[in-house]
Design a protein around this ligand. Structure first.
Ligand SMILES: Nc1ncnc2c1ncn2[C@@H]1O[C@H](COP(=O)(O)OP(=O)(O)OP(=O)(O)O)[C@@H](O)[C@H]1O
Length: 292
């Protein structure tokens, strides 16, 4: 497990990370979400040792990481780092060499990764001749070439078409299934529900959530959606009910207890038609919006 402990960081007196702590569990996909400028990239750079924390530290499996050495981490930075004018395969072979992998093994791994992204026929193309989404796939392949034990990806899904999103999702899931802690940032909230096991939410340099996806969903389980035959405004005056959203005959509410939900259902039936009365499980995107 990767752990961020009480990390703070300022730039020119401005505090951009304020005593943040969270975990990236092994064997789980962890989504890292927050608005532009919330502090995601700064946090990832500190995890990678590319930037020093003003205070706090990062540990892996209980051992504090020090300086800028990281044992077999894979990182895809926000500013993509490959050379536009060089052929894709040459860059991957070069990276393999930097990681001490033999040329033959690097070629095998590179071609396997390119095949998974549907790019095996572009191996000899210059990077700049690929579409932006395909360049992105090559960047991810580059971060995976040395089969890292920890994976940190800054916006790996940005600019990808739906098929590439699926390919990327399946690769990240494979890594998590091997027991690797995987942290990725994303602004694509629709991906959270299908992908993440653990969610970290950051806002203005503070952590607002650091929970398993299941716990976050369970914390919202008492919510119900009601669709009545007439105006649902009376729900606002009911004890034991808090209205989250109400529009005409439709309402989204929280009941304090099961007894409250049954009493309100009986009252609604007494008043007229009830076409829907169902437990509503909010998506992680809904939960994110509410927390933010
Ligand atoms: N080198 C730097 N010098 C000064 N300020 C910086 C530096 N790097 C980041 N910041 C500031 O720190 C804050 C957090 O930036 P960061 O890039 O970590 O946010 P982010 O959550 O990754 O945003 P985005 O989603 O837009 O990529 C921002 O206000 C940014 O301007």
């Amino acid at each position: 497990m990767l752990e961020v402990h009480h990390v703070s960081r300022s730039f020119a007196q401005r505090l951009v990370l304020d005593d943040i702590s969270f975990i990236v569990p092994s064997g789980a996909l962890t989504g890292f979400v927050g608005a532009n400028g919330a502090g995601k990239t700064t946090t990832m750079r500190i995890i990678m040792g590319l930037l020093n924390a003003s205070s706090g530290h990062v540990s892996l499996n209980g051992s504090e990481l020090s300086g800028d050495t990281r044992p077999n981490f894979g990182y895809m930075p926000e500013e993509r780092g490959l050379y536009p004018k060089q052929p894709v395969i040459d860059q991957l072979l070069y990276l393999g060499q930097l990681h001490g992998i033999t040329r033959a093994e690097s070629r095998k791994r590179a071609m396997d990764l390119l095949a998974r992204f549907g790019l095996e026929d572009r191996a000899k193309s210059k990077l700049e001749s690929l579409s932006l989404g395909n360049q992105q796939r090559v960047q991810v392949a580059a971060s995976l070439l040395h089969e890292p034990d920890v994976l940190i990806l800054d916006e790996p899904f940005s600019g990808l078409d739906p098929l590439a999103v699926d390919a990327m999702s399946s690769i990240l899931r494979d890594y998590a299934a091997r027991g690797v802690p995987v942290l990725f940032s994303s602004h694509q909230l629709d991906l959270l529900d299908v992908l993440v096991d653990h969610l970290v939410i950051i806002q203005e340099g503070k952590i607002l959530a650091n929970s398993s996806a299941d716990d976050l969903r369970a914390s919202q389980a008492s919510r119900h959606r009601l669709s009545l035959g007439a105006d649902a405004g009376w729900l606002r005056d009911e004890p034991g009910v808090s209205v989250i959203d109400l529009s005409g005959s439709q309402a989204l509410v929280n009941f304090e207890s099961e007894a409250d939900s049954q009493r309100v259902l009986a009252k609604a039936l007494g008043l007229g038609t009830v076409s829907e009365f169902a437990v509503h499980r909010p998506s992680l995107a809904d939960i994110y919006r509410e927390i933010i």
